[in-house]
Design a protein around this ligand. Sequence first.
Ligand SMILES: *Cc1c(COP(=O)(O)O)cnc(C)c1O
Length: 367
Amino acid sequence: MTEIKTKFEIDGILPYPLGSTLEEIQKEYGLQQIYKMSDNENPYGSSLKVREAIRNETEKVHFYPDGGVTRLLKRIASFYQLSEDQFIIGNGSDEVIRLLTRAYLNKGDEAIIADGTFPRYETNVVIDGGIPVKVPLLNGTHDLTEMLKAINNHTKMVFICNPNNPTGTIVERSVLLSFIQAVPSQVLIVVDEAYGEYVTAELAADTQTLIEKYPNLVVLKTFSKIYGLAGMRIGYGIMDAEIAANLKKVKDVFNVNHFAQVAAIAALEDQEFINDSTIKNASERERTASELMKSGFNPYPSEANFLFIPILKDIDLIEIALLTEGILAKKIAIPGVPAAFRITLGSREWNDLFLSVMQSFSKESEV
Ligand SMILES: *Cc1c(COP(=O)(O)O)cnc(C)c1O
């Protein structure tokens, strides 16, 4: 036992629960196939162009990657019609969250976070000495009225996950716009759009067009979800050039590996794959949600690639029944909803299998 104490901030932090590996689960349940519906990855994989791009680079493993991520930056900047200095590319957008808390939080600074959202905001705020101020969700949606009220002289940043993980809900454009207008300019507004490409609602906000007007706005995007590059670890933030320059001061020099850079360029080019994924997901989202409702479940209205389904009874039994069919679902509790599944929408075949298990429990778990 070591007597060396960690820094005070990480005393209360629990390691992220990773659970069993796929191999372990496959062995335990004797499964031929696993339907991974637990981590919001793209069930259609990634663009085939990505594989080819990576294959062409295998001889370069002994070189350090380009620390400036130059080629990808050019493509992303032109994709959004913004300038290259308004972006930060990270080892996943997870890293960009960390860079923000690392660069901007002083001890005791407050960060406003929804109570029932992506856990990495709170963890990073705490590690960097900040104080998370949690505001309850309203019907599974960020309550921007209350979040605005929570802002005071100590507030340094506010996080909005849109669509929200794990509930899948969005805040409407007009509501988000009024919020952004009302937040004082010395408070960073971080809008995490990890699932932005899946939104089909008319009321979706086009946040990256607001960067020029609101220099305190940061928009986070990732290649892990619809782009299908979760295993590569690459994401980015769009922001005022001055904020980006500050984040660069605290980032690791070679934070994005060479293959991730190459893969992202290829993935960004194939917008047909992205559009196709958006369309298939939206149709499966509607179908799966409506079938679940027929069985008495009440999934939250989702604009993402997953459904949040409160479960009133027997969640552990349902989880085992799903596992027996090879389906991995994520059990998540949020305040007010002690038991729920967050289920990543799969292909039609996967969703049918999922529905057949859920239907067999509909009577017992009915609301
Ligand atoms: C998945 C996810 C991310 C980012 O993941 P990376 O793989 O680190 O890019 C960010 N925010 C939310 C809400 C997510 O669900």
